[in-house]
Each structure stands twice: as structure tokens, then as C-alpha cells.
Write a protein that binds this ligand. Sequence first.
Ligand code: SF4
Ligand code: SF4
Length: 340
Amino acid sequence: MSVYFVPWNTSNNLLKETERLYDAAGTFDCINEGDLVAVKLHVGELGNPYHVQPIFVHEVVRKIREAGGKPFLTDSNTYYFAQRNNAVDHMNTAQRNGFGTAPFIIADGLKSENYRTVKTKGILSEIEVSGAIAEADAMIVISHCKGHELSGFGGAIKNLGMGCTSRAGKLRQHRTVGLEIDASKCIGCGKCKATCPMGIPEIIEGKAQNTSPLCMRCPMCIEACPTNAIDFVDKPNLSKALASAALGVLSTFKRGKVSYVSFAKDISRYCDCLSNPGEIMMNDIGIFASDSSVSVDAAFLTMADYQVFNEESHVDCMLQVQEAKTLGIEGTLKPAITTV
Ligand code: SF4
Ligand code: SF4
């Protein structure tokens, strides 16, 4: 459960540095000859400039092949309406963003109906794991460390919990968060309804109401409201849901078949799901590798000034990591970090 690290030092050849990192961490020891290996990444929303650069993903693909595995790049469709909402748009976005060295398989299928529902623990009792991930023999999880409006930050646990689940699984997690409309602030302007991709809020007697089971808890109506009448409630529940979902995803793999590489570079205010992820919040840190999602996320938080994310989101970044540990995901909250 150790974490290995190379600093983001562009005086060195970082591609060669990652090779040293992976060798020290044993990143590809989880691969047996002939394994179908999911390379879980986030290709970035169209226009997002901060997702992990393809050149580093290509190197992971090369190393998997060297270890005898059959790599495929993968991600699950989004639950919201953008350029990664179905397999065709998602694959086109991946291609435009430069990911083309291995087959790109959308893990949950054309319209997100390919998933396996598994039992889990914690705030969720079950979760819908994307089919191609549930079927894979091994997985390398490539994460970009950055801020997140609902969970403080996103790293390996979020990449597992949200990134490896179908639209139904994502909705299940997001709906652990509540959404309230303060009638005393609502002026009945209807901007929330006009902005919502599904036109959900109803304006009844001059006040907005939202009782729909289809509400995705995306922030679009919140951002559109001119009087700040709409807000999330119980936001920390999403961090707990991420940990629950991550545990469910890991239950589809044999022990020791998942490894993690996290890039603490271009650490933006918001996540790669946005075309406009906001400004860079701190200096580049480096690249981490570990066989534990808990340890690799804890290592990033140890080296990052994550209070800025806590203040931004009003959620403690450590919560998802602590919850994952509490639920039994292997790893440590205070990992030894070996610089290679
Ligand atoms: S959070 Fe608001 S914008 Fe998003 S689906 Fe729900 S009602 Fe619509
Ligand atoms: S946008 Fe805000 S003020 Fe306007 S109707 Fe919706 S909740 Fe009310």
C-alpha cells in the first residue's frame, strides 16, 4: 500500500521518469499474460485543456503490452447532456482529444445500458458498474487530481466510484445530495426551468418547485438562479457515495488486479467534465503510483494545499478517503511516499 512519486520537474524527461516510477511501484505487476486490461481514464470534456495528456496514457498502454496484457482505453458515459453522453459522441471526443493508441471502449455501452448491479456497503447498498469494467481482468486507473464542486476534489476514488459506473449508478450517487429551493428568495422568473436540460422545475403560483425523481443534481439551475434561491443540501453525502460505489467497482476484480497512477498537474478549480474548469488552484506537484486508491488519494492530499478546495466546495476533501478506508478499501490515510 506504499505510494511512489516523481515530482513534476520538466528539467527531466517526464516520460522516462514515469517509467522509473512504474517500475518502482510495480504498477503492471497486476497483469498476467493475455489479461484484458481496462485503462480507466477521463478524456476530458470537449475543450477541457487540463485532462491527463495522451502521451502519458500512451506510455501506460505500451507498458501493459510489454507485460503481456491487452489494453483498452475506457470510460463511462456522462449522466448529464454534453459531448460524452453516449458512446458515439464520447468516442469522437476521445479522438479529438488525442486518445488513439488502443481501442477505446465505452464501458457502459451505446446508451449506458450495459452495466452489472453489485452489492456494496455504506450510504449505498448497491451500484451499477459499467459492463466492460466489470468484465475486465485487470485495470489501471489513471486519474487527474483537481477540484470538484460537490466532493471537494476528484482523484482515484472518484474515478472508480463515479467514472466506472453507468448513468444509473451516477444518478444513484448524485441523488444522495438534496436540492432545496428557498421560496422566500424565489421571484418566479423561470430561469431555472429554462436552463435545466430536462425542464424540471415547475413554476407554481409564482414559485419554483422541484419534486422530480429525474433531477440529476447538476448545478445548472443553481448557477442560473439570479437570487441564489436554489442550493444543494447534504453535499457530503456524495463523498460517502463515491466511496460506496468505489467499493462496489473493486468487488468486480480479483484482489491485486487494480493499480493506480495519479497526475497532480494542472490542478484546476473544477473537474475535467467541464469545458471551462476554472483557474489553476496550486502549483503542479507530480505523479503518484500505488496499488491502493485510498493511499494514492491520501498522498495527493498530503502534498496539496487542499484547504482551498474545502473552502470552495464546503466539503472536506478527506471525507471520501476516510469513508473508503472505513468501508474496507485497502490503504492508509498516512502513506509513506517514496520519491524515485
Ligand atoms: S439540478 Fe436543476 S438543472 Fe440539474 S437536473 Fe435538477 S432541476 Fe435540472
Ligand atoms: S431561477 Fe431562482 S428565482 Fe427564478 S424561478 Fe427559479 S428558483 Fe425562482
